[in-house]
Design a protein around this ligand. Structure first.
Ligand code: ADP
Length: 380
């Protein structure tokens, strides 16, 4: 029996619940509220923010190993615990180059992986030369704590750039500016690495974002074998170079010329891998637990021809649990509805997701099903 402490108690930790039971693993969750999704599946909880190192110290006393479902942690403070012998999987050194988006871009570039051109926004007087170099549109990103598009701005002119920087000034936000990639599609790949260095890779998927938030995922992506090889090679190189133990999500851009670039690395399970819960022999959540517990990795292959995953995003401030819409969606053949049990809905909040398994690999059919689900959900 292994006791796994998870820093973070959101839906990513919640979705480890079933796999933990199957594997005979106990989950202890560090999360700030009793109402957080993973509280319901945890054997024990530590009520503390994810960056509260005292909370993690208590978590460590209750756990054999500690892992992450949220990377907004204080690595320097955690390093003290690691030095005292607390076992983090992945190790803190695998997270260190990734938590700041500028450092992450530097790390990927130095590894020889293709990334958009990027600059740290350190001195405001450098802005004109960056603009002259990149032109518009360009992309402004806060270096830390961005998620679901928060902290990512696509900017069309100098005045908007100045305005956003100014609005963020009181919070002292550090920014990165990068080239806007007029991508043809966005892709993602989930990969896992074991304690022994074995790497397994899930099918490369297409992700569709609206307002920088993931709305849909289609597995597998309709890409050439070469683009698949390139995406998988990126995953291999990254996980091996960081000596990752666990699951990472890698977001990619596919350009019109067929080039694959890395957008972002999530050092944990990822929304683009939720389809694996219903569509793959081993879900990304089971895989993560297998990896961090030192178990052999499972088969990541699809068990159906294809699958489409649709996020159920909040579209209003409400306390509703949307029973009606959920029941209606559940009547779609081969649909699996996952509801995270959050007590409050607000616009953009991830409340649940649906995966529909398909007997054929047909992009048009997948999009039609996604439209049907979104029509039921958003017209509610
Ligand atoms: P977050 O950490 O909030 O997920 P991302 O960096 O992944 O932020 O950006 C969210 C979305 O914004 C991406 O999925 C993509 O649609 C868009 N985006 C981000 N960077 C770029 C870029 N350089 N060029 C074009 N679109 C981008």
């Amino acid at each position: 029996m292994k006791r796994v402490g998870i820093i973070g108690g959101g839906q990513l930790a919640w979705m480890m619940g079933d796999a933990a039971k199957q594997l005979g693993v106990e989950l202890i969750v560090q999360t700030p509220s009793h109402l957080d999704p993973a509280v319901s599946i945890a054997q024990d909880i530590v009520l503390a923010d994810v960056d509260d190192v005292h909370g993690t110290e208590i978590l460590a006393q209750k756990s054999d190993i500690i892992t992450f479902e949220n990377e907004f942690v204080n690595l320097e403070a955690l390093a003290v615990l690691a030095n005292q012998g607390v076992c983090f999987r992945p190790r803190l050194t695998a997270l260190a180059p990734l938590l700041d988006k500028y450092h992450q871009r530097c790390y990927l570039r130095d590894l020889g992986l293709p990334v958009p051109q990027f600059f740290a926004l350190e001195q405001p007087e450098n802005i004109p030369s960056i603009i002259a170099h990149l032109g518009f549109p360009l992309v402004l990103k806060s270096r830390r704590h961005g998620y679901d598009g928060q902290g990512t701005y696509i900017i069309d002119d100098a005045a908007s750039l100045e305005q956003i920087i100014e609005i963020n000034q009181p919070r002292n936000t550090a920014f990165l500016i990068e080239e806007f990639i007029p991508f043809q599609r966005e892709l993602a790949v989930i990969a896992a690495r074991s304690v022994d260095g074995e790497v397994v890779i899930y099918p490369v998927v297409e992700t569709q974002q609206e307002k920088q938030v993931c709305r849909r995922v289609i597995a597998p992506a309709d890409i050439t074998p070469e683009q698949m090889d390139v995406s998988e090679a990126i995953a291999h190189k990254l996980l091996n170079s960081l000596e990752v133990v666990g699951v990472f999500g890698i977001e990619l851009f596919l350009t019109a010329a067929g080039k694959v670039l890395v957008n972002e690395i999530a050092p944990r399970t990822h929304n683009s891998g939720h389809f694996s819960l219903d569509a793959c022999e081993t879900s990304q959540f089971e895989q993560h637990l297998r990896a961090v517990c030192g178990l052999p990795l499972g088969n990541p292959a699809l068990q159906c021809a294809s699958a489409v995953m649709v996020n159920l995003l909040g579209y209003e401030d409400s306390q509703s649990d949307y029973q009606n819409q959920r029941q209606q969606i559940a009547t779609i053949p081969q649909a699996h509805v996952h509801w995270y049990g959050k007590t409050a809905s607000r616009p953009g909040r991830k409340l649940g997701h649906v995966t529909v398994l398909l007997n054929q690999h047909n992009q048009t059919a997948a999009c039609e099903i996604a439209n049907t689900i979104e029509n039921i959900w958003y017209s509610g």
